[in-house]
Design a binder for this molecule. Structure first.
Ligand SMILES: [Zn+2]
Length: 528
């Protein structure tokens, strides 16, 4: 059955709560995604922007700690990367934009204001296509377009850690360049929200604008959720769930909020005012933080220390021309050129690093389909097992494929063997130098970096190279034929499985090292 988008939305809602169907309500969801821009230095000063794992307050200066009399200097690389992400998300770069001060007090915001963009952002009017798994089949995916209102630039705040009755502040993150990507309220279910967030993550990574590593807090979500009776056009007061830091939290928090608001609607008391809520991951519920602030509360005004941004059409065209092939296009090409399944192509292209790795293995081995299989099943499978075996990584896999993949991606770069070496392993199987089973054993050694990850050296050192010398195999064949007269008779009388048994005996006699193809050929020749 072919479902239209409308049916699908309803179906999603039903699966969340039977009561939604009863009330005939639909969820209206919008996301604000904050992604750190991957620059060497911070947004407005020369401090190291890669503070992950570094001593607290070791990457700071008078500018990013908001000292009086300091002047911010915009980072041109952050602006370029932000603009490229915007273009990759289908946004239009505005020829003229500016920075504004967003005033509020918080202990991790030393200046007392954030430098952001208010009414003239760097870009507007984007859209991306997402695919959501059809809940009725679990397989086929339904396409949908999600609008993007704007992508603007700003700087991040520091980080507070609460210990007992004290709070510690680390300003290493203060001043990190951020892009805020604001979607239109086009999302209708937790699954769509996740699909959208994953698509944005892949796109900003492809654009080279952000590593968007969830584990390092480089990408975070705020989700606005409201309900309305199906058929109505107006929007009702929304709850904004702040600071969701995993795809799982995003899905769970939205699902919870839909249930909570559905109860209010059914009780005849739908939400009357906008609220800002937090998400308690342990309890699996949202909690009220405050009535939602509006733009007026921040007293925005143009940043007096930074001149407006001006871009020529030539500059914008140059950025656009520098963008690489984006995830959806690359996926379609993998299906077309390498005959991969849609699912395999989707998994491989979800991250550029993984896709690049796969393509190198595919090209160097000349076996794209086998390369996909080795990368997805053998390499990613071993990475998952390794991570599961390490303490503290259980959380990573509760989130399923998304996080597994995300984590694997960093690890593809960290592997102790190269794409060329994996390609060489695949070629060794094709050439009959080793069996598939031996190749898997060799890969285990490659994972721990034995012999520099060189499969041929490992095969030799472990005595795993297949014997492809026919005179050596002939000796084993003769022995097996002599020792199994009755089976040979069975074969001659037409019993099909007799040959398989004899092949097995020759393999056993050779210690598993005979080339099975040669064994088959020689046995057939001798017996006929
Ligand atoms: Zn600084």
């Amino acid at each position: 059955m072919r479902l239209t988008a409308g049916y699908f939305i309803l179906f999603q809602s039903i699966s969340l709560s039977v009561k939604i169907h009863f009330m005939n309500l639909e969820a209206i969801i919008g996301l604000e995604i904050h992604a750190q821009i991957s620059t060497k230095t911070k947004m407005f000063c020369g401090c190291d922007n890669d503070a992950f794992g570094k001593e607290p307050n070791s990457c700071i200066c008078p500018v990013c700690t908001g000292q009086p009399g300091t002047l911010p200097v915009p980072n041109s690389s952050a602006i370029e990367k932000g603009a490229k992400a915007a273009l990759a998300l289908g946004c239009r770069i505005l020829p003229h934009s500016k920075f504004d001060r967003k005033n509020y007090f918080y202990p991790d915001l030393p200046a007392g204001y954030q430098i952001s963009q208010f009414d003239e952002p760097i870009s507007e009017h984007g859209a991306i296509e997402i695919e959501v798994r059809d809940p009725s089949t679990g397989e086929s995916k339904l396409k949908k377009k999600i609008g993007i209102t704007r992508l603007h630039l700003e700087n991040d705040a520091g980080k507070l850690t609460h210990v007992g009755n004290s709070s510690l502040v680390d300003f290493n993150r203060a001043g990190t360049p951020l892009m805020e990507i604001v979607s239109k309220p086009d999302i209708r279910s937790p699954a769509e929200a996740r699909a959208y967030a994953e698509a944005v993550q892949a796109i900003v990574q492809y654009a080279g604008s952000s590593h968007a590593d969830m584990f390092k807090g480089e990408m975070r979500f705020d989700a606005s959720v409201s309900l309305r009776p199906v058929g109505e056009e107006r929007l009702y007061p929304r709850a904004e769930i702040k600071n969701l830091n995993s795809f799982k939290a995003l899905e769970s928090a939205i699902a919870y909020e839909i249930k909570r608001q559905t109860k209010l609607w059914e009780a005849g008391t739908p939400p009357a005012s906008e609220q800002t809520v937090g998400w308690n991951d342990e309890k699996g519920e949202t909690y009220l933080m405050r009535e939602k602030e509006s733009a007026a509360d921040y007293r925005y005004f143009p940043e007096p220390d930074i001149p407006p941004l001006e871009f020529t059409p030539e500059q914008i065209a140059a950025w656009k021309s520098e963008l690489p092939e984006l995830p959806l296009a690359r996926r379609a090409r993998f299906v077309q050129d390498y005959q991969l399944t849609e699912q395999d192509a989707a998994t491989l292209t979800a991250d550029k690093v993984l896709a690049d790795y796969f393509e190198e293995v595919a090209e160097k081995s000349g076996q794209p389909k086998k390369a996909a299989n080795w990368v997805l099943t053998e390499v990613l499978g071993r990475m998952k097992n390794k991570l599961l075996a390490e303490d503290g990584n259980e959380m990573a896999f509760e989130d399923g494929e998304g996080i597994l993949l995300e984590d694997s991606i960093d690890s593809v770069l960290d592997l102790k063997f190269t794409a060329s070496q994996l390609a060489a392993l695949i070629k060794m199987i094709e050439d009959g130098a080793i069996s598939g089973k031996q190749a898997k054993e060799i890969l285990d050694f490659m994972f721990v970096g034995e012999d520099g990850g060189d499969p041929a050296a490992i095969a030799k050192a472990k005595g795993m190279e297949q014997v492809s010398d026919s005179s050596a195999i002939e000796k084993f064949v003769d022995e097996v034929i002599a020792a199994n007269e009755s089976v040979v008779a069975d074969f001659k009388s037409g019993k099909g499985n007799a040959l398989g048994f004899l092949v097995g005996q020759v393999m056993k006699a050779s210690g598993g090292q005979a080339n099975p193809k040669l064994v088959n050929e020689l046995l057939a020749k001798k017996l006929n």
